[in-house]
Write a protein that binds this ligand. Structure first.
Ligand code: BDR
Ligand code: CA
Length: 308
């Protein structure tokens, strides 16, 4: 069983990623760290605690992390997609538990050092916590098993700007720093996540199950899908964050290509773009395994089996 930490900005698809990971027998969730992105870090912590309590996993510790990017101000949140509260405006009971006293960055450092080559970190929000952890303890670069990042768009358009994806936009300097750090990285970007869609038919099936959890997920995803329609995608919503967890559970869900990837931090029109050198003879050595193909049918059916 692989030991994972999930770094979240919970968020509708973050909530599904947490539930998928917790219910999957292939991974053990050692802890969940929170960051800003879709919403504030305080809201992400609250939502994470609520989701863990709802799925009966309140024993998994939650650690609150960064509230703002490394150098910039916090940019626009994703309330159009994730609702005012981040969970599609579905109201859950206030959390009984609270976050641990230890900060997310300290938790990442100590857990990676205490479990050399065993921890896979899955980041599905801004990448600030990991950047701060590497700055404080560079040795974790060679001690972590792998970092799987939901972020970026190497071969397809962005979703926050014409060329940039939301998690990279949330803190481009953090992403850029991590990409240059030498840490083993797998990039699960919009290249593949926009091919793994949850549809209205899936929500009908969830409602037919008639459990507290199935209604929660269906209600939340209704809001998410409405937002996708608003921006022109009528077929369903992307399973972004769950696919990052899926790649840890079964790497054969995707085909990856080693590539040199840089993050644009210019502040110009291509700010936060993940630029992959796809030339036949790139000048620099690969620093990222980029997911370019996904077996969406196999992944979506695995996700549906374990999400609740
Ligand atoms: C990513 O951005 C967030 O809105 C989602 O939770 C996901 O992590 C998709 O671009
Ligand atoms: Ca997210």
């Amino acid at each position: 069983m692989k030991k994972i930490i999930i770094d979240v900005d919970t968020g509708i698809d973050d909530a599904m990623a947490i539930s998928y990971a917790v219910h999957s027998p292939a991974v053990h969730v050692c802890g969940v760290t929170t960051t800003f992105g879709n919403i504030t870090v305080e809201e992400a912590t609250r939502n994470t605690l609520q989701v863990l309590e709802l799925i009966g996993a309140a024993d998994i510790p939650v650690y609150q992390g960064a509230s703002k990017p490394l150098v910039r101000e916090v940019t626009a949140k994703a309330r159009l997609f994730h609702g005012e509260n981040g969970l599609g405006n579905v109201v859950l009971p206030a959390p009984v538990g609270s976050a641990q006293a230890q900060n997310a960055v300290q938790f990442l450092i100590s857990t990676i050092k205490e479990n050399p080559h065993e921890i896979t970190l899955v980041t599905v929000g801004s990448m600030t916590n990991l950047a701060l952890a590497i700055m404080a303890a560079p040795e974790i670069v060679s001690l972590v098993e792998r970092v799987v990042v939901m972020g970026g768009a190497v071969t397809v358009p962005g979703n926050r700007t014409p060329v940039a994806e939301a998690n990279i936009c949330a803190d481009p300097e953090a992403a850029s720093y991590i990409f240059q750090s030498g840490i083993p990285l797998t990039l699960v970007g919009l290249d593949v996540t926009m091919q793994t869609l949850l549809t209205r038919e899936h929500l009908v099936q969830w409602r037919a199950r008639d459990t507290k959890l199935s209604h929660f997920f269906a209600d939340m995803c209704d809001v998410y899908m409405d937002a996708y329609v608003t921006v022109g995608n009528v077929r369903g919503c992307g399973l972004h964050d769950p696919l990052a967890v899926g790649v840890v559970i079964d790497p054969s869900f995707v085909r990856t290509v080693p590539m040199h990837v840089e993050v644009d931090t210019s502040g110009g029109p291509s700010d936060a773009r993940t630029i992959g050198d796809r030339r036949e003879h790139p000048e620099k050595a690969p620093n990222v395994e980029v997911c370019l193909e996904v077996d969406s049918e196999r992944f979506v059916s695995h996700f549906l089996k374990y999400v609740m």
